[in-house]
Design a protein around this ligand. Structure first.
Ligand code: SF4
Length: 162
């Protein structure tokens, strides 16, 4: 049995900015065999549900997380939350992450970055800074059976070295 961290909205929890979830049935089905720990960085930062949209911007060479309604810079808030949440999840035995694509917090490679190239969301950037080799996939890659199997096999072998 694996312990996996999953973006809460992919499990159908209503955590998105508009109060909806984005359930992915094949990810929910994993609960029959594995232990899934839901996490939501934006709820964890107390941004509320529903909440104004946020996006990533490039300021000089720094990636910043900006709230669209008032221009507030949420970068430090998110990074502080991420460090504690990532530690909590890893110490709970998590050996892989399944995350929501294109999210300014959870995306892996395809989150839009204003003024720069698409890349990871801020939470995932921090995750890969702390544990660069952690197995991670998003729901788009998850739908590909070969990529899904490769992810599960890697998560089975991965060990958190402190
Ligand atoms: S994509 Fe991430 S931050 Fe956004 S609702 Fe889902 S879990 Fe929360």
């Amino acid at each position: 049995m694996l312990t996996l961290a999953v973006s809460a909205c992919l499990l159908g929890l209503p955590t998105r900015y508009d109060g909806t979830g984005k359930p992915e049935q094949s990810i929910k089905d994993l609960q029959q065999e594995h232990r899934l720990l839901a996490f939501c960085p934006e709820c964890g930062c107390m941004l509320g549900v529903p909440r104004p949209k946020i996006h990533l911007e490039l300021h000089n060479t720094a990636v910043r997380l900006i709230r669209e309604s008032d221009g507030a810079d949420l970068t430090e808030v998110m990074e502080l939350f991420a460090v504690n949440e990532i530690r909590r999840l890893l110490l709970s035995g998590v050996t892989g992450f399944i995350v929501k694509s294109r999210s300014p917090s959870c995306g892996v490679t395809d989150t839009p970055l204003k003024g720069g190239e698409t890349g990871g969301g801020l939470f995932v950037r921090k995750l890969l800074e702390i544990v660069p080799d952690i197995p991670i996939t998003d729901e788009t890659d998850w739908r590909n059976p070969e990529k899904r199997e490769a992810f599960l096999q890697t998560a089975e072998k991965w060990i958190f070295r402190r």
